[in-house]
Write a protein that binds this ligand. Structure first.
Ligand SMILES: Cc1cc2nc3c(=O)[nH]c(=O)nc-3n(C[C@H](O)[C@H](O)[C@H](O)COP(=O)(O)OP(=O)(O)OC[C@H]3O[C@@H](n4cnc5c(N)ncnc54)[C@H](O)[C@@H]3O)c2cc1C
Length: 449
């Protein structure tokens, strides 16, 4: 019997871990096989991306290597491009199939579909060319390098227009990702400015654009208002009820009429279900999420399961009918555990469990020693909230190995100065050699763009 898990994120990793533990005997005897298909050989602990961008955690420690933790599973690096569930077959593209031009078909008995979400963008002029998201490790590290590089550009030019655009950073979307990314990067850049003789923190413009009248809805209204006040106190220009209308020609034009020449537009205005869902014969709701039951089976379909950002799971704890669980890690992790258990129940012909979890609130970091939290009814601000954020995520990041490494990094960071170097050239390892070999480098060997 083969269980195919599509996605190696929160749901994929935790479901596989649960199944690995519960089906130990069957796996040992070869009676069950778990195959995890993921484009990356690691699970990304997304709540640590803002700290990775600020340089507080090394990129390697933000990810969990799938092969190491899923020892009893078969990890296949590739992307599922289509699923024909009626025939119990998935089409998979791997690096090998890309080279050969052929695709691979994998048959299965049980399907766990958890490809997560992607950035929800709008057709805004210039966004596709100049915007950057904040969902992956590559984006977080790329943004860190980019911000430091802008400071280098500003420091090395006498042209006020170039300098001004380099030192203007626009973030669109006031949810978790946008607020934490902006809070951490502004804090890092403010610190880094002390090493530039001609760039001062007050020369930089950090702008947060949010379409609704509040930010960080995850921490409640009062803490959201506190976050606005705190960010403004740090000279961050928070613009509520405002939209980005264009960023063509490297000028961010806002709905309130403001125009900011800028080389940095970070798009964190929400997520939408992964488009691969449309390449399946599974039922989707109006917003493209996989229709699931509170038992995490796919609605009306046998032998198919879903959870996480990609799935519309009824929230049985919500008073209003038709509510779905929100796309966040709090639900994804807990759903994965129920999902793993329910697959085992189904195989043993036992009744399935219902997923019921009441959102307990959230913690968010706004930079070193700064934070905001609203968890289990308790509201915290500043240092206590930031400390709670660290304790909470340290307890949540998977594996003891990662916990130890992250803790070691935080401890060392408390003893030494912050890292403020841009390693943008790592993204173009062949550029220097192309130049040496007499060719025309496709990019600047020093990595500037
Ligand atoms: C910056 C940031 C900070 C966050 N902070 C918090 C927080 O503090 N608290 C909180 O509760 N939530 C937070 N979240 C949200 C949380 O990370 C997500 O809700 C969670 O990751 C959802 O889990 P998932 O398994 O559904 O998707 P993911 O974890 O995104 O996993 C999906 C996986 O599927 C893979 N995949 C995609 N397409 C395919 C395909 N075709 N074939 C095979 N595999 C595929 C992807 O590569 C990925 O590995 C944050 C998110 C971000 C971006």
């Amino acid at each position: 019997m083969r269980i195919l898990i599509v996605g190696g994120g929160y749901v994929g990793l935790y479901t596989a871990l649960r199944l690995q533990r519960r089906l130990k005997r069957e796996l040992g005897r070869g009676e069950a096989e778990i195959v995890v298909v993921s484009p990356d050989p690691y699970m990304t602990y997304q709540p640590f991306l803002p700290e990775a961008a600020a340089g507080a955690i090394s990129p390697r420690h933000v990810v969990v290597p799938l092969r190491r933790v899923l020892e009893a599973c078969h990890v296949l690096i590739g992307e599922v491009t289509a699923v024909d569930h009626a025939k119990r077959t998935a089409t998979i593209a791997t690096l090998a199939t890309e080279e050969s031009g052929r695709t691979e078909q994998l048959s299965y008995d049980e399907l766990v579909f958890a490809p997560g979400s992607i950035s929800r963008t709008l057709p805004i002029p210039g966004l596709a060319d100049h915007g950057i998201g904040f969902k992956t490790l590559e984006e977080a590290i790329g943004l860190r390098n980019h911000v430091i590089e802008q400071m280098d550009i500003a420091s090395s030019t006498r042209d006020p227009a170039i300098r001004d655009a380099a030192l203007t950073f626009v973030f669109v979307g006031g949810g978790f990702a946008g607020v934490e990314a902006l809070g951490e990067l502004e804090d890092m850049a403010r610190y880094a400015a002390r090493y530039y003789h001609n760039v001062k923190p007050e020369d930089m413009k950090w702008i947060l654009v949010e379409a609704s009248d509040r930010i960080l809805p995850e921490v409640g209204e009062e803490m959201g208002r506190y976050t606005v006040t705190e960010l403004r106190r740090r000279n961050i220009d928070v613009r509520l009820e405002t939209r980005l209308q264009s960023c063509a020609d490297r000028v961010a034009v806002l709905s309130d009429g403001a125009r900011f020449p800028t080389r940095t537009v970070v798009w964190t205005a929400g997520v939408k279900p992964h488009p691969v869902l449309a390449a399946t014969d599974l039922p989707l709701n109006g917003r493209g999420r996989l229709k699931c039951t509170p038992q995490l089976t796919v609605d009306g379909v046998t032998h198919a399961w879903g959870a996480g950002d990609a799935a519309a799971v009824p929230d049985v704890t919500a008073p209003e009918p038709g509510a779905e669980t929100a796309p966040n890690a709090q639900h994804a992790v807990r759903q994965a555990k129920v999902l793993g258990d329910n697959i085992v129940h189904a195989l043993r012909k036992e009744p399935l469990e219902t997923y019921a979890h009441k959102y307990v609130g959230s913690v968010a970091s706004l930079g070193l020693h700064k934070g905001v939290a609203h968890v289990y009814g308790r509201k915290l601000k500043g240092y206590p909230a930031w400390f709670m954020h660290r304790v909470y995520h340290l307890s949540r990041v998977p594996t003891f190995n990662r916990k130890a490494r992250v803790l070691a990094e935080w401890t060392l960071a408390g003893l030494f100065k912050r890292e403020i170097v841009s390693l943008g050239s790592l993204e173009h390892p062949r550029a220097e050699f192309e130049l040496a070999a007499g060719g025309k480098p496709s990019v600047d060997p020093k990595g500037s763009s």
